[in-house]
Design a binder for this molecule. Structure first.
Ligand code: G1P
Length: 295
């Protein structure tokens, strides 16, 4: 079975949930504490052992490429001013991984964004990470993507990350119907549907933005018409695979923060600030000092 080496990061969306902040700025570059949103997912992929990364961008997203590139003017400046720690932090970003970029010309949806990366991915299974989903781990647990890769290595199947969500939130996710496989946290997916209304969802197991996909997802996506929101959905592409190939779901260990809308972004900011090595205790002390009566 092919070892997974590649990861795709769809980052071409218009960021409409963040307007007006994203009118002239990529959503993926909004900072969560001291790193852009997308860097968390890139670091997770690297920590999972992935070496070749593809970021799918679009017009107006040039800052993403600059961020992960070497900035020699900045490095020279920091060196001359004797700021070795900042220099290390800046270099660490460009040293993270080899990254290739491809543009999704039209915003036709997540499935279409993945299809756009086809020529760069080639004929091997690969990971997909959605930057909006930031997943924090307890000490000692492997990163979420690594957990999916381990399941893929055991079973040779496609794997999606899932977590339980409240009934009233099913309309925000892809939802799977799945049966336990007799292995802790692993399910066999029987069906899936993108953003079903509460009451129509087959379960409360929601897909979270981490996937291991076989190359056969590409022809499946080509056959996939527009679905929820008029877009080509990855969930619908995966549904095409069912029946021909196995798709597993992994109820991962770790906690998912939704940095994809304003409220989730604020919550993620607070959680990540509290966990931050340098800022955590001062930030926590300030939070405790707030008088929240009346809000
Ligand atoms: C996407 C997927 C959806 C998944 C979600 C996880 O939706 O289409 O199936 O549940 O990510 O965050 P989006 O949030 O991009 O609308």
């Amino acid at each position: 079975m092919a070892r997974i080496r590649r990861a795709v990061f769809p980052a071409a969306g218009l960021g409409t949930r963040f307007l007006p902040a994203t009118k002239a700025q990529a959503k993926e570059m909004l900072p969560l504490v001291d790193k852009p949103i997308l860097q968390y997912a890139v670091e997770e992929a690297v920590a999972s052992g992935l070496e070749s990364l593809v970021i799918v961008t679009s017009r107006g997203k040039g800052a993403i490429e600059d961020h992960f590139d070497v900035s020699w003017e900045l490095e020279k400046n920091l060196e001359e001013r004797g700021k070795p720690e900042l220099l290390r932090a800046v270099r660490a970003v460009s040293d993270l991984a080899r990254i290739a970029y491809i543009r999704q010309g039209e915003a036709l949806g997540l499935g279409h964004a993945v299809l756009t990366a086809r020529d760069l991915v080639g004929g091997e299974p690969f990971a997909v990470l959605l930057g909006d989903d930031v997943i924090i781990m307890d000490a000692g647990d492997p990163p979420c993507t690594r957990q999916l890769m381990d399941i893929h290595e055991r079973h040779g199947a496609a794997v999606v990350a899932v977590m339980e969500v409240p009934e009233e939130e099913t309309g925000r996710y892809g939802i799977v119907r799945a049966r336990p496989l007799g292995e802790e946290g692993v399910f066999e997916v029987e069906d899936m549907v993108e953003k079903p209304a509460p009451g129509q969802a087959p379960s409360r197991l929601a897909i979270i933005g981490r996937y291991i996909l076989p190359p056969s997802i590409f022809p499946a996506l080509e056959e996939t018409g527009r679905g929820s929101g008029g877009e080509i959905q990855l969930t619908d592409g995966l549904r095409h695979l069912l029946g021909r190939e196995r798709v597993l779901a992994c109820r991962f260990r770790g906690r998912r923060l939704d940095a994809g809308d304003k409220l989730g972004f604020l919550q993620a900011t607070v959680e990540l600030a509290l966990r931050h090595g340098e800022l955590g205790s001062a930030f926590g002390a300030w939070l405790r000092s707030l008088d929240l009566e009346g809000y």
